[in-house]
Design a protein around this ligand. Structure first.
Ligand code: SF4
Length: 369
């Protein structure tokens, strides 16, 4: 399990190594065919900043070699904001007093139909808070079955499950699972996740092994930028990705670097990542792992998403609502966070085409299930 593997790496020592990288380390990493984790550290270090143009060119070339000039499009559907956890940075925190919504199957069906009116979406991301009693595996299984006739590819972003439950959901149309570790800083993890199931660092961290064991087709990873030193956190994530690739080599992987957005929690980020730093990180990940899918959500501004669309990003959301019932508008419920890009799916697609990217709505078919 990766939580054991992670014990090999000291957080402070990793930070020290990153900050001591030199121009020579960056140049060596840019010339390497296969990158070590030390090379990755060089590319996310401050020493790589003067090399960002070179990194962008290499990232673009590798992306076009592996993915062509394409951009996969997905849309999230929040089906509940009920949550028993108390993550200090999140609007759905259980201490935040507002009426919680758990969509019924009829409401989920109405959401599917409303999304289909927005565009030819085939990749759906089903998102929940974490309430295993009221919205557990049985509820998710029913939701997947309701959504299956409308979409070719179903991914969930929910509480970490057992390997048996992941495996069970693959029989109801589940293709992918996204889970954000939020931070790999074990010592500080509990400060941000003080109670509930999410306070268990190991259960969350080892969820990725359980997905791999269950044969989930695609696993999505991420750290929340704004909690701890981002360079150290993403280095731990790169190590985690390399570990998963080695152990679950049939699985496909995606990475995401969500920057913290304002929410009802009122939490102020400890760390702010600039657009230039996010670009550097995106290039570093592409050069480190040319096959990994790199996903940007509507947390990012439209202009920035367009700037990055040709340089390494391979998946984007469009038209997103982050409140349950947000598409069919039969509830007036709280959003998880404030989105940055509310551009319509038509405009997102038109802009991608103008940039020479082909939007891909469908890259999976039910017959592969
Ligand atoms: S981040 Fe997820 S688990 Fe934490 S409070 Fe928000 S919805 Fe719940």
């Amino acid at each position: 399990m990766f939580s054991d593997e992670l014990k090999k790496y000291d957080w402070d020592e990793t930070t020290r190594q990153i900050m001591s990288m030199t121009a020579a380390d960056v140049e060596r990493a840019l010339q390497a065919d296969r990158l070590t984790d030390r090379d990755f550290m060089a590319l996310v270090s401050p020493a790589a900043v003067p090399y960002i143009e070179q990194m962008a060119r290499k990232s673009q070339r590798l992306t076009e070699q592996r993915f062509g000039k394409t951009m996969s499009i997905f849309i999230p559907m929040y089906i509940t904001n009920s949550c028993t956890n108390s993550c200090v940075y999140c609007g759905f925190n259980c201490h935040n007093k507002f009426s919680r919504v758990i969509l019924t199957m009829d409401q989920i069906k109405a959401e599917c139909e409303a999304i289909k009116k927005l565009g030819p979406f085939e990749n759906l991301l089903i998102v929940t808070g974490e309430n295993p009693v009221k919205a557990g595996t049985d509820y998710l299984e029913q939701a997947l079955r309701v959504c299956r006739p409308y979409f070719s590819n179903l991914t969930i972003e929910v509480m970490p499950l057992s390997a048996e439950d992941y495996e069970r959901l693959t029989h109801s149309g589940l293709n992918g699972v996204i889970c954000f570790q939020e931070t790999y800083n074990r010592a500080n993890y509990k400060k941000y996740h003080p109670a509930g199931m999410k306070s268990n660092f190991e259960w969350r961290c080892d969820g990725f092994d359980r997905m791999g064991m269950a044969g989930v087709h695609k696993i999505g990873m991420g750290v929340l930028i704004g909690l701890e030193d981002w360079r150290t956190d993403v280095t731990m994530m790169a190590r985690h990705l390399a570990y998963l690739r080695k152990n679950y080599w049939r699985t496909k992987y995606s990475v995401n670097f969500p920057r913290m957005r304002p929410s009802e929690s009122g939490f102020q980020p400890n760390v702010v990542m600039t657009d230039k730093e996010l670009a550097q990180l995106t290039f570093a990940f592409r050069i480190f792992d040319p096959d990994v899918d790199i996903s940007y959500s509507t947390r990012e501004e439209h202009a920035f998403r367009n700037n990055m669309a040709t340089l390494g990003v391979t998946t984007m959301s469009a038209g997103s609502k982050v409140d349950p019932g947000g598409y069919a508008t039969f509830t007036d419920s709280l959003e998880q966070f404030a989105i940055s890009d509310d551009t319509s799916p038509e405009k997102v697609v038109a802009d991608l085409k103008a940039l020479g990217r082909e939007p891909v709505w469908k890259d999976w078919d039910k017959v592969f299930d």
